[in-house]
Design a protein around this ligand. Structure first.
Ligand SMILES: *[C@@H]1O[C@H](CO)[C@@H](O)[C@H](O)[C@H]1NC(C)=O
Ligand SMILES: *[C@@H]1O[C@H](CO)[C@@H](O)[C@H](O)[C@H]1NC(C)=O
Ligand SMILES: *[C@@H]1O[C@H](CO)[C@@H](O)[C@H](O)[C@H]1NC(C)=O
Length: 673
């Protein structure tokens, strides 16, 4: 017995020792590898002035450069790392968008619209880290791979007519960039599911649990984006580090409970909402694989200023209510949960207004106590979001199927603050605007016809356009690309660029289905390189831990997309085959109809035929002779009328047959079954 106990003890010791060793070994790998694969999940909520709510999901997954990882990853999606390796992608962005970002009411200056407002349909751009002659082949193969990964027709971007190589107007300017869009691609859940599969927790845990498909697709705008950057490997044989950033931006309309109360002032009340009322779900705990799991609630600059104003009027006190002790239950609104931290934007030099950000850590919440942030407005508020210096629109001019013109109109948004920020120290204040426009080859643009109007006055092109790069389209080979740098005076109130074009002819099999709908000209990109959409929040330590907030700090130029244009082209008469089919069918119907008719009426026909024959025989002399003989015999000549007796005889015969067959069938049925 004692022996047995001793062996058991020994075994236990060995097992414990092994286990401890394993633990130590595992731990040391963690420490030795220094950088691990990391995953962060964040959600930003922001009320918009037109009673809507912006929800911005941000997931970041990063794999450090390594040799040890080899082909194995703990969290990072393997498909993406293979894609980066195989196609030597340095930077890539793919977005699927439905709806159009409303720059007027949802703002155009913050980091969210400048990097997440995307043109409708699919947009893909990629920078390759490969020799120049290989890039087109890599791009083609990349489009096919992405097409398979995301269940979308991205492979249509393979054709050289569908992509272009911007030289310098597209922000990550580089000669190794390829850019393509598919404005008509429909975006649906089948694109979202593969996107979610790249997340370590899918949509089963953490913030992504909120992604309820019906709520998302009911929204006014949704854009699903995937951005990857490969941080080049230092030494040979090392796999590059990759940062994969996945964002989903949705603009939703919360159902307002007060909608029924039709009061004049109620119109200005923002709708109150909660996560469960917009998504029908709550966050029951974080994704355990995530380093941090946070929800942010952002109050826009304008809104903060407005709330402070309201508060000062009511309380006559100078203290800033939004950061005081009872901030989350202030006279204007009430948050259902207490934030863990408050960040205040570091106000820029000229503006005293600053955004306020409330942070909620999901770690504290769990299955028993799910996180459900709610906002209840107590007073009506009206504010405006910060706008880009100029508001860009694009439209078509001209009529008919032969020629037309494209006009890009830039209107000042009167945000003097932004203007000052650019070149205030120079005597001559100038506003730099970059325009990037791709036109399909069948829209044949005449670049010499470019005209510029500033404040409705025609201006010499050379006065306004500082730099221009044009690559004319080649029929069925490449699209036309126009890159412009405009320098406008800061006092400009409107500027219009117009350019004329001829409409080309396509081969019949180049037409897409429903060609009469028209052809899409992709959105033009208007960017303001002197303005940076940037939000810096006064906080030190935890900032490094939030990829979303560090993203906000990056200096990215303010960018906006114009509308997609619909150009009607001459289309062949696609109803022609239909007409041919109809006529052929009619002819066949006539033929078979008469044939069947003839077959059905054969007996009667034959009789008539015989009669006719008989009548013919009795022509003239024979007729006279027969008449004579008939007279002689004292009988009348029989008329050529069909004898009703015979037909009735046939009828009765067929009726008899039918009855016989029916009788047989009944007999069979009755006796043999
Ligand atoms: C692209 O794919 C084709 C077919 O798989 C292959 O033959 C070609 O080598 C690939 N090109 C590059 C640059 O990888
Ligand atoms: C701050 O916001 C208020 C209200 O929107 C506005 O009137 C004021 O001009 C802003 N101040 C600055 C310096 O932008
Ligand atoms: C940030 O860190 C610096 C020094 O590292 C410190 O002086 C400053 O007070 C910190 N700011 C905040 C808001 O904590």
């Amino acid at each position: 017995m004692a022996l047995l106990r001793r062996t058991l003890l020994l075994l236990l010791l060995i097992v414990t020792h092994q286990f401890l060793q394993f633990r130590i070994a595992f731990g040391s790998v963690n420490e030795e590898g220094q950088k691990q694969e990391e995953f962060y999940e964040e959600l930003l909520l922001k009320p918009l002035p037109d009673r809507k709510l912006l929800t911005h999901f941000h997931f970041q997954n990063s794999a450090p450069p390594s040799t040890s990882n080899g082909r194995h990853h703990h969290l990072f999606p393997k498909a993406i790392s293979q894609l980066v390796l195989k196609f030597q992608v340095k930077e890539m962005e793919l977005s699927f968008t439905q709806g159009r970002w409303n720059y007027e009411s949802w703002g155009g200056f913050d980091p969210i619209p400048s990097s997440n407002a995307k043109p409708p349909g699919v947009e893909l751009w990629a920078v390759f880290d490969a020799p120049q002659h290989l890039i087109d082949a890599l791009w083609k193969n990349l489009t096919h791979t992405l097409s398979g990964l995301f269940c979308a027709s991205i492979n249509f971007l393979e054709s050289s007519t569908a992509y272009s190589a911007p030289e310098w107007s597209f922000p990550p300017a580089s000669g190794k960039l390829r850019y393509g869009t598919l404005p008509r691609e429909a975006v649906c859940t089948e694109n979202l599911t593969p996107w979610l599969k790249l997340l370590p927790c899918r949509d089963k845990a953490g913030i992504s649990m909120l992604l309820d498909r019906p709520s998302i697709y009911r929204g006014f705008y949704h854009s699903q984006r995937l951005h990857l950057t490969s941080t080049g490997s230092g030494s040979e044989g090392m796999d590059p580090g990759i940062i994969l950033e996945q964002t989903l931006t949705v603009v939703l309309q919360p159902d307002s409970q007060r909608a029924s109360l039709a009061h004049a002032s109620e119109k200005h009340f923002q709708p109150s909402w909660s996560l469960s009322s917009i998504f029908g779900k709550q966050i029951s705990g974080r994704c355990v694989l995530a380093e941090t799991s946070n929800v942010y609630f952002l109050l826009d600059k304008g809104l903060v200023a407005e709330l402070e104003h309201i508060h000062k009027e009511n309380e006559k006190s100078e203290e800033n209510v939004l950061i005081s002790e009872k901030f989350w239950n202030n006279p204007s609104f009430e948050l259902s949960a207490k934030p863990d931290r408050i960040f205040i934007e570091e106000s820029s030099l000229l503006s005293k207004n600053a955004s306020v950000l409330y942070k909620f850590e999901i770690e504290k919440y769990g299955e028993s106590e799910p996180f459900d942030l709610g906002l209840f407005w107590k007073t009506p508020v009206v504010w405006l979001c910060q706008q880009a210096p100029l508001h860009a629109n694009r439209f078509l001019m001209g009529s008919g199927n032969e020629r037309g013109a494209i006009a890009i109109s830039l209107k000042s948004t009167q945000s003097s603050e932004g203007f000052m920020g650019s070149n205030s120290n120079d005597e001559r204040c100038e506003l730099r605007v970059d325009v990037f426009q791709v036109v399909p080859w069948y829209v044949k643009v005449y670049f010499h016809s470019l005209q510029v109007f500033v404040d409705q006055q025609p201006k010499a092109v050379s006065d306004i356009i500082e730099k221009i790069h044009v690559s004319p389209s080649k029929d069925k080979v490449s699209p036309g690309v126009m890159e412009l740098v405009l320098t406008l005076p800061c006092s400009v109130s409107s500027a219009v660029l117009t350019i004329e074009f001829d409409k080309g002819f396509l081969h019949i099999d180049e037409y897409p289905p429903d060609a009469n709908q028209g052809f899409d000209i992709p959105s033009a990109i208007v960017s303001f390189p002197n303005f940076h959409a940037r939000m810096v929040f006064l906080e030190n330590d935890s900032l490094n831990k939030s990829p979303l907030l560090s993203k906000f700090q990056e200096k990215s130029p303010v960018m906006s997309y114009t509308e997609v244009l619909l150009v009607p082209l001459t289309t062949p008469d696609f109803s022609m085959p239909y007409n041919v089919i109809t006529i052929t069918c009619t002819v066949f119907a006539l033929y078979f109809g008469s044939l069947l008719n003839a077959l059905r009426r054969r007996v009667a026909e034959e009789e008539r035929f015989l009669k006719d024959k008989a009548a013919k025989k009795m022509d003239r002399i024979p007729l006279l002779l027969s008449k004579l003989s008939a007279k002689l015999r004292g009988r009348h000549l029989e008329g050529p009328q069909a004898p009703p007796a015979s037909s009735s005889f046939i009828n009765s015969k067929s009726v008899l047959k039918v009855i016989l067959i029916a009788g047989l069938a009944v007999y069979w049925q009755y006796y043999f079954s």
